[in-house]
Design a binder for this molecule. Sequence first.
Ligand code: ADP
Ligand code: MG
Length: 332
Amino acid sequence: MTEFEIIRRYFTGRGTRRADVVVGIGDDGAVVQVPSDSDLVTVVDTLVAGVHFPPETHPADIAYKALAVNLSDMAAMGATPAWATLAVSLPQADEAWLEAFAQGFFQLAERYGVQLIGGDTTRGPLTITVQVQGTVPTGGAVRRAGARPGDLVYVTGNLGDAGLALQAWRQQRPLPHPHGDDLVARLHRPTPRCEEGAALRGLATAMIDISDGLTADLAHLLEASGVGATLDVEAIPLSASFRACAGDEGLTQEQRLRLALTAGDDYELCFTAPAAQRHRVEQVFARFASGCHVVGAIEERPGLRLKQGDGSLLRLSGGYDHFNTVPQGDGA
Ligand code: ADP
Ligand code: MG
């Protein structure tokens, strides 16, 4: 198969068709119409086999996650995704692999109304780069900077599911059914919180998605905002599947918290909003299955403090940084 046959067979004319796409796959560049009352938001993420996923990961899951992590970044800006480009470097043109890959990609793209409008196809080590573009009403993007003392800290969904699945995979121990399957699905197919992120425009003062672990990602938000925070570790939301598997694995409370706070890969949103707006936040989330929980409060004092049930502070290290293998401090 030539490069052009791959593009035509697996990527052209599939999935969402948007009315605002003037030129899609097949020309030197894609052309889209951006509404005049909107800002354009762009995100890009690369997944490298052996670094971001095991090479033997199912191709549908690889594609799904490559798109999902970008949609999660869009969500964290409060943006609505619209268009995607896909650059793939493939060791060989394996038809079954490519079809499964395309199927995983378009399944998620259709769910969010995103159209694939271009890309690049080359031979090389397995690497997937996805770029997503979308819009927010002019001036409406939610930034990392903006958290103020008196804000509450929220997270959507549950934390630690993906981390526990990854830990079990690394130790080559299958997790028990059916809860283990839930956790593995959370690792391979994270649900981007796009509707939630968009609904938080004008309400959240700052927002970030949790890719590297809550403590590491919240630390970025705090630094950008020039504030600190105290988290109530007892308030960290853990799923029923996480609790069941952690119980079977005999994990201590500290090991559970370490996963939930530092393991990452959950792709939930962490955001802040004034305490006085708590009712509004709850109203917004009444319509979302993901739910959201208050996990702490913003303070003037810099750094991140983790308060336990007895009032003492917990010290943890963790959070993933590709260029720094030294464990990250908790910012305290
Ligand atoms: P050029 O040589 O002008 O860069 P290419 O031959 O790389 O163009 O690509 C031809 C068309 O196919 C372009 O519209 C490009 O965006 C699209 N394309 C290439 N690879 C992919 C891919 N993996 N997914 C989607 N579109 C792709
Ligand atoms: Mg060209």
